[in-house]
Design a protein around this ligand. Structure first.
Ligand code: FEC
Length: 278
């Protein structure tokens, strides 16, 4: 009998024409203003027109499928674009489990994927040894080419303060950053937030921009531990905006490699999926 696995991820517009509908879904049905759509479109244009996220997510799914073998039917379910999580559930065998391509749990992010799937799901995998090693190695690799006075910052997507009350997200981010720093033998590191929404709510900080503005170091190395792929929040918010802030201060900027379709980590994640399904 085949076991279903739904690999869940954020999703990205398939074409520039889909940007407005995508943005409306992210805003839970509230249409963005034409200015907001233009502003988002111009961020996509800066990174090449559309995001590489769709292709990378498919490659991540393929790695997990390859590791699980023929007894598993592995499909994709997106939060904000087609095929949606609900489409994947409708087509899935009764015996189906889920995994989200985001390592840390928050009820406001992973919690929504889990609820929409309605099947047993790995809620968090920020403690996966292969994933921690991947980041430690990526940090060490970059540090080899940076000045001695380099500050390492582990970032994740900010969330509004109100949704973080009683939520494990911050503690999980601290646990994995501490463990990566230990494995990479770092002395000078901190945690920061990025990509906060443009809403009047207070969002959790400090933002990576504030950290760079106040940094007393010759270089900053950003490790975006909260994300698994090269996408807009990394290629624009870090590689363009954060880099520019560092340039203005005469501080060197580097960013660690993203997980993307790394076979070692995704095979280890697939083993967690296998144990959940048995
Ligand atoms: O196309 C791409 O390459 C980018 C995809 C993308 C990823 C991503 C990851 C996360 N987000 C999270 C939370 C929020 C909250 C809001 C929000 C808004 C946006 C907008 C775009 C966007 N997000 Fe996203 N996010 C990605 C893209 N995100 C575009 C809208 C414009 C903007 O504000 O930049 C605020 C919603 C609101 O307005 O009410 C909250 C979290 C993650 C990481 C976990 C995950 O991947 O699921 C948390 C990738």
């Amino acid at each position: 009998m085949t076991t279903g696995v739904v690999v869940m991820a954020y999703g990205t517009p398939a074409t520039p024409d889909d940007i407005e509908a995508y943005y409306t879904r992210i805003r839970r049905g509230r249409p963005p203003s034409p200015e907001q759509v233009d502003e988002l479109r111009s961020r996509y244009v800066t990174i090449g027109g559309i995001s590489p996220l769709r292709q990378i997510t498919e490659a991540q799914r393929a790695r997990i499928a390859e590791a699980l073998g023929d007894d598993f039917e592995v499909t994709l379910g997106y939060k904000h674009t087609s095929p949606f999580i609900e489409d994947a559930v409708a087509a899935a065998p009764s015996d189906t489990v889920g995994v989200v391509l985001a390592p840390h749990y928050s009820k406001a992010s992973v919690g929504e994927y889990v609820e929409r799937l309605g099947r047993p799901t790995i809620e968090s995998w920020h403690d996966l040894p292969e994933w921690l090693d991947f980041h430690a190695e990526a940090v060490r690799r970059e540090l080899a080419n940076l000045p001695a006075r380099t500050h390492v910052v582990f970032t994740a997507h900010s969330l509004p303060e109100r949704v973080l009350v009683g939520d494990p997200y911050e503690a999980e981010l601290a646990t994995s950053a501490t463990e990566i720093a230990r494995r990479a033998q770092l002395d000078d590191w901190s945690i920061a937030w990025q990509s906060a929404g443009r809403t009047p709510d207070p969002w959790r900080g400090p933002d990576i921009g504030e950290v760079i503005a106040e940094l007393d170091a010759d270089a900053v190395l950003v490790c975006p531990q909260g994300f698994t792929a090269d996408h807009l929040e990394v290629l624009y918010d870090l590689d363009i905006v954060a880099r520019e802030l560092a340039d203005q201060r005469g501080i060197a900027f580097a960013r660690t490699q993203m997980l993307n379709d790394d076979a070692t980590v995704l095979s280890a994640l697939a083993e967690r999926v296998r144990s959940l399904s048995t």
